[in-house]
Write a protein that binds this ligand. Sequence first.
Ligand SMILES: [Zn+2]
Length: 131
Amino acid sequence: MRRLEGPEISGYDVTSAAIAKRVRIVRVPVLAPGTDGMTIGTFIFLRRDDDRTGTREIINHELVHVQQFMELGLCRFLGRYVRDYLSELLRLRNHHQAYLAVPFEAEARNIAAQWAHAQPHRPRPLQPSSP
Ligand SMILES: [Zn+2]
């Protein structure tokens, strides 16, 4: 487990430096199938953590979820996330499509994509992730 480092705190500007400094990165061998990242509160779980240059779109995506957690609190965020996912699953009858349709995911994808587009370098492609 580690904290974000200087270049990451300044590079990932989708959230404030104060919040970024509270984040803990936890490398895990396994996550839900097809996902590379997951966030619970200020803990970001990643399958890979070998790039600390502040250029990974997956970390920026997960930092948007940290911000969402901070705004709503853990229980309200998770409650809405699960409610929205189940609602979309009933409507779409497909896990991946339901996951993509969850508003928290759409917001994180959009913000992280805008951030990546604004970067002078070419970030690595983002893999789907859970909250
Ligand atoms: Zn996500």
